[in-house]
Ligand binder design. Structure first.
Ligand code: GLN
Length: 485
């Protein structure tokens, strides 16, 4: 059961081979057994989960056709507000915060009948690439517990890799779905900006943040995205488009597919093992009928610097709401209002969050705004234009997701710039608002390597099909780390 696909679980539930309560109990027991080692969950609510499972069993037994994911367990990244269940965003600031409402994604997954097991550990306010910035301690990578699972959706990734839950949600501002998916041997998808509502998803950098699915396969991600996507008037950047079936192209043959390989993604910088695995995947795609063409994204080298101006600028504004007045942490002692703000924020935020707020307020300040923020926005436009030009000669772009496999705890945490470079291949996709995903494509010294796919705006269904055909021909995505039986 723990290795089953969502379709298999759905069929087993529909045919009454297993009940949702039994399935939920199986995963809850696995969490109890393995989470103390992995630290992937911040909150688990057994009673609530079993209640949801009983409701799902009632729906499944009622005879009418229940939605396909009914009764299947799920976990949400702790950035999504859940009514009545603690939402921390990995921060001391929100360590005891109970949201009075559900995020749109949470509502959608509830409506789909999925059973929420708990909330996943993450880098504080989604700022990080290793899960080391979480107030609740780092998550361990199930492939090697001395190594990071990636971030910021590292809890979601580690849980799925160790089979503590069949699927989870993540968010991706600069790579936080794709990079942990790569480092944990999973499939993760960041949709086109605006496809998934940000309502109730705690804001980091609003023009970049996008929620999406993480699971074992492209087919699972397509089913999850079907439930997750959709217009929501409460998010002003949510796109009002007709509903799509993201599974529709899963079985489409790859003949004639043109894969663009950005020369900037294949230069120095990636490890030899990552290069070999990615080259192997491209050879497999050629065998499956695709052709590869070299393309160029000439401004992609500027994506990390542009991101580290734009994302902190937006974060400094978004995080101004955590002032100790309305919700979250408040300093115990203070003389006046200003001191209350100062102490609350000094105590409630960790070092990386403070660093981002300082950078953000600096680049937005009078006298520096034109030199940094405005310039970064201009670069962002150029990066988006590069992709539009590139997609004239290819249907999908491929390359590595991350420059290396999972690194050791502490290896990059002393040097913020070194850490920021973990997202060197993923960040441009967020700046351009494009859909991207990572799929497992091999190993380097026993650690998983991710292949990144990037598609034109709204081409999620096509991209999922391209990923699925590869997963039908290979078995990297079925591998499970040892020691979590
Ligand atoms: N690692 C990047 C950062 O720290 C991206 C994080 C994300 O996508 N949420 O900002």
């Amino acid at each position: 059961m723990i290795n089953s696909s969502l379709r298999e679980l759905s069929a087993a539930l529909a045919q009454k081979k297993i009940s949702s309560v039994e399935l939920t109990t199986l995963f809850l027991d696995r969490i109890e057994q393995h989470n103390p080692t992995l630290n992937a969950f911040i909150t688990v609510d057994r009673e609530r989960a079993l209640g949801l499972a009983r409701a799902a069993d009632a729906k499944l037994g009622a005879g009418e056709t229940a939605p396909p994911l009914t009764g299947i367990p799920l976990a949400h990244k702790d950035i999504f507000c859940t009514r009545g269940l603690r939402t921390t965003c990995g921060s001391k600031m929100l360590a005891n915060f109970i949201s009075p409402y559900d995020a749109h994604v949470v509502e959608r997954m509830n409506d789909a009948g999925m059973v929420l097991l708990g909330k996943c550990n993450m880098d504080e306010f989604a700022m990080g690439s290793s899960n080391e910035t979480s107030y609740f301690g780092p998550v361990k990578n199930p492939w090697d517990t001395a190594r990071v699972p990636g971030g910021s959706s590292g809890g979601s990734a580690a849980e799925i890799a160790a089979r503590l839950v069949p699927a989870a949600t993540g968010t991706d501002t600069g790579g936080s779905i794709r990079q942990p998916a790569a480092l944990c041997g999973l499939t993760g998808l960041k949709p086109t900006y605006g496809v998934v509502s940000r309502y109730g998803m705690i804001a980091f950098a609003s023009s970049l943040d996008q929620g999406g699915p993480m699971a074992k396969s492209a087919e699972d991600c397509a089913l999850l995205l079907n439930a997750m996507a959709g217009f929501d008037a409460r998010d002003s950047t949510s796109l009002d488009r007709p509903a799509e079936d993201y599974t529709r192209d899963l079985d489409k043959p790859l003949d004639g597919l043109r894969i663009g390989l950005p020369k900037e993604f294949f230069g120095a910088g990636m490890s030899e093992g990552v290069r070999a695995a990615v080259e192997g995947a491209l050879a497999e795609y050629r065998r499956l009928g695709a052709t590869t063409v070299e393309i160029s994204l000439p401004n992609s080298g500027l994506s990390v610097p542009a991101y580290y101006v734009i994302a902190p600028a937006e974060a400094s504004s978004n995080l101004a709401r955590f002032d100790g007045v309305r919700y979250g942490h408040r300093a115990a002692e203070y003389r006046d209002l200003i001191e209350m703000y100062e102490k609350t924020r000094a105590e409630g935020f960790g070092a990386e969050v403070k660093r981002r707020i300082l950078i953000g307020t600096y680049v937005l300040s009078h006298g520096y705004y034109d030199a940094y923020y405005l310039k970064a926005q201009q670069v962002r436009r150029l990066i988006a234009a590069d992709f539009q030009e590139a997609f004239k000669s290819c249907d999908v772009i491929m390359g590595p997701t991350a420059p290396s496999v999972a690194f050791k705890f502490g290896e990059k945490s002393a040097d913020p710039v070194e850490m920021y470079l973990s997202d060197i291949y993923t960040i441009a996709v967020n700046l351009a608002g494009l859909p991207g995903m990572s799929i497992p494509c091999g190993f380097e010294q026993g650690l998983p390597v991710g292949l990144q796919l990037i598609a034109p705006w709204f081409a999620e269904a096509k991209m999922l099909g391209v990923a699925h055909r590869y997963q039908q021909a290979t078995d990297w995505h079925t591998r499970m780390p040892e020691g979590w039986q």
